[in-house]
Design a binder for this molecule. Structure first.
Ligand code: SAM
Length: 261
């Protein structure tokens, strides 16, 4: 199998891992599953066999003919192939709720995750293969070394669960790092508690601007000593110790009281 590095192509060749992914997703005929980067169809064939409606988004033109011959032509009424960069796809244009599946190209996994976060009201769940280190960042809680912007922003709107550890030899070519599959399930109640998600995004980015610095330093000019005190947040703490709920409370307070800082 020829693999293009620039498209992050590490094809799954471990049928046991494919089975584990399919069983975790457990697609149903009533589902609309969107697979990002189907490649040669390692996961796609099993998804198609579930009877779910399928939309495949693949950037590499050279893989399209194989996908059409291999999986699309078996059920052209239920399978749609989009030959496009996933980062330019508007998920809201697809009939929701969507179930997202993918062995993501590692070079664009973080932008894809943030793109999916923008459409959580349209998405039922996400099962994606990522570098293990990214899975750890997503599932980290305050105090963990891996806790940071990505984990806070995902946990603010979704439940997360690390599902499967996958070694390099499960792929061809083998990547240099370990991988893992994570489940992300949007949580509407949690999302509804955030007054302004863009503001929360800005606050978290600013708070983590320099991980080694304190909240007081990173948020200088935006959050006063009085506000930290009134919310019970220690301004001398590092950002990686502040729980997701405190980031949300701080953001909501700033949005709802524009004269307070
Ligand atoms: N799903 C296959 C598997 O598990 O064997 C392939 C996974 S491979 C890690 C990533 C796939 O995403 C490749 O097929 C690659 O061509 C595709 N891809 C890379 N960048 C993409 C992009 N921006 N938009 C859509 N697909 C992309």
């Amino acid at each position: 199998m020829r693999a293009r590095k620039r498209f992050g192509q590490n094809f799954l060749v471990d049928t046991q891992v494919v089975e584990q992914i399919l069983s975790a997703v457990s697609a149903q005929p009533s589902d609309h599953v969107v697979e990002i980067g189907p490649g040669h169809g390692a996961i796609t064939t099993g998804l198609a066999a579930s009877g779910a409606r399928l939309t495949l988004i693949e950037i590499d033109r050279d893989l399209i003919a194989g996908l059409i011959a291999g999986v699309v032509c078996r059920d052209p009424d239920r399978i749609t192939l989009i030959n496009q960069d996933v980062l330019t796809v508007d998920f809201r244009q697809l009939t929701g709720p969507l179930r997202i599946v993918g062995n993501l190209p590692y070079n664009i996994s973080t932008p894809v995750l943030f793109q999916l976060l923008d459409a959580t009201d349209w998405i039922q769940d996400i099962h994606v293969m990522l570098q293990k280190e990214v899975v750890q960042r997503i599932t980290a809680v305050a105090g963990d070394p891996a806790y940071g912007r990505l984990g806070v922003m995902i946990s603010a709107v979704a439940d997360t669960e690390a599902l499967i550890d996958v070694p390099p030899e499960s792929f061809q070519p083998a990547p240099k790092v370990d991988s893992g599959v994570v489940r992300i399930r949007p949580n509407a109640a949690r999302r509804a508690a955030i007054v302004n998600i863009e503001h929360l995004g800005w606050l978290v980015r600013t708070a983590f601007h320099q991980r080694r610095k304190t909240l007081r330093n990173n948020l200088k000019g935006f959050v006063s000593a009085e506000l930290f005190a009134s919310l019970g947040i220690d301004p001398g703490a590092r950002p990686e110790t502040l729980p997701v709920e405190s980031f949300i409370t701080l953001s909501n307070t700033l949005v709802e009281n524009p004269n307070v800082s």
